[in-house]
Design a protein around this ligand. Structure first.
Ligand SMILES: [Zn+2]
Length: 357
């Protein structure tokens, strides 16, 4: 499982939408006095008209009082919630590049929040690494360089996190197969004069995905906020680019879960196919089995044919017998009719008979 994402604002928006709803249905509630319909300030924070206090979306959440980036928090929550058997603070510290003490505090907060339910998530080994995307300073023209930006600087490069779930299933080359997803986050600040719709970013995402060798590509987008299609759920755009989806931030975990499950199923099919293919076909056995089958089938056909003939003969005999019965019935009917006529004639004659005077 490989994922890439980098955007703090998208995380904030996800918190806001999760806490207080989306679009017109959004109702920001004051974390201090509980007043509804707090107003959004220009700086992205909120103001309560009742108690006159300002607050950010982090107030009243586990992210409050933390200087860590929300991206790290989100990855941490994801890692913690998806490790069925739990994750150690050492592991978490390595995974998201924080100190063990910080990781321990994060673990504690998230565990309290999650109460560790039985949600389906990751299993196996999860790898996480941090990379930086952007040109190397030394390849740039002198005038284009930014001072003090060698190596891991975020001034000219975009930090990206990658996570990977290793599967226990090996492929033909003895390597581990795994699912890889590329996430690209877009919010209103990411638009340009020519690119402002979700569709405008798909081509680039597809290119990036291919470069990274990611199987799936997901655009996590806040663009086109009034577009009903994008607001309804996970939008499959595979008719344009294969294995690509556009989602709102709140569908982040659902899509990962879906894709991981799908990948696991397909891996299982691949494994079964490999087992079937690896079984050598025993030609001698196969031929004798085929002959055996043919003989048995031939016998069955012969038996069936004999039984059929017998049945036809039995039916013919029955028809002949029934014909006899029918003839007899018709004869007796004639007799009855004759007898009846005699009776009737007798009666009429009797009735019309003028007795002798
Ligand atoms: Zn208030």
């Amino acid at each position: 499982m490989t994922m890439y994402f980098n955007n703090e604002d998208t995380c904030k928006q996800a918190i806001i939408e999760t806490r207080w709803g989306v679009g017109d249905n959004q109702d920001v509630v004051c974390p201090y006095c509980g007043e509804h319909h707090c107003v959004t300030r220009k700086d992205g924070r909120f103001r309560c008209n009742h108690c006159k206090r300002n607050f950010s979306c982090k107030v009243g959440t586990i992210f409050e009082d933390s200087n860590l980036s929300l991206v790290k928090w989100f990855i941490a929550m994801y890692l913690i919630s998806s490790h069925k058997k739990g994750i150690s603070s050492c592991q978490l510290a390595r995974d998201i590049k924080v100190t063990q003490t910080t990781a321990w505090h994060m673990l504690h907060k998230v565990r309290v929040l999650l109460a560790q339910d039985d949600a389906e998530g990751f299993s196996g080994e999860v790898e996480c690494d941090e990379v930086y995307i952007g040109g190397r300073e030394k390849w740039k023209h002198q005038s284009m360089r930014t001072p003090h930006t060698q190596g891991r600087s975020t001034k000219t490069k975009t930090p990206v996190f990658g996570m990977m779930e290793r599967s226990e299933i090996e492929n033909e080359d003895g390597e581990f197969d795994y699912i890889s997803i590329m996430f690209e986050m877009k919010n209103k600040n990411d638009t340009t004069a020519t690119k402002h719709k979700n569709e405008d970013f798909l081509k680039k995402l597809d290119e990036d995905r291919r470069k990274k060798g990611c199987e799936y590509a997901v655009l996590v987008s806040l663009l086109e906020p009034d577009n009903e299609t994008y607001n309804t759920g996970i939008i499959d755009v595979s008719h344009k680019y294969e294995k690509m989806y556009v989602i709102r931030p709140q569908f982040f975990i659902p899509i990962i879960t879906l894709l991981v499950q799908a990948a696991k199923k397909s891996l299982e099919y691949k494994r079964q196919l490999a087992i079937a293919q690896s079984k050598e076909v025993d030609v001698t056995n196969f031929e004798s089995k085929l002959n055996e089958f043919r003989n048995l089938f031939g016998n069955n056909v012969k038996n069936a044919h004999d039984r059929f003939r017998d049945a036809i003969a039995a039916i013919d005999k029955s028809i002949a017998d029934l014909q006899k019965v029918k003839d007899n019935l018709l004869k007796s009917d004639d007799h009855l009719r004759l007898a009846n006529d005699k009776v009737e004639g007798l009666t009429i004659r009797k009735l019309t008979h003028t007795p002798p005077r």
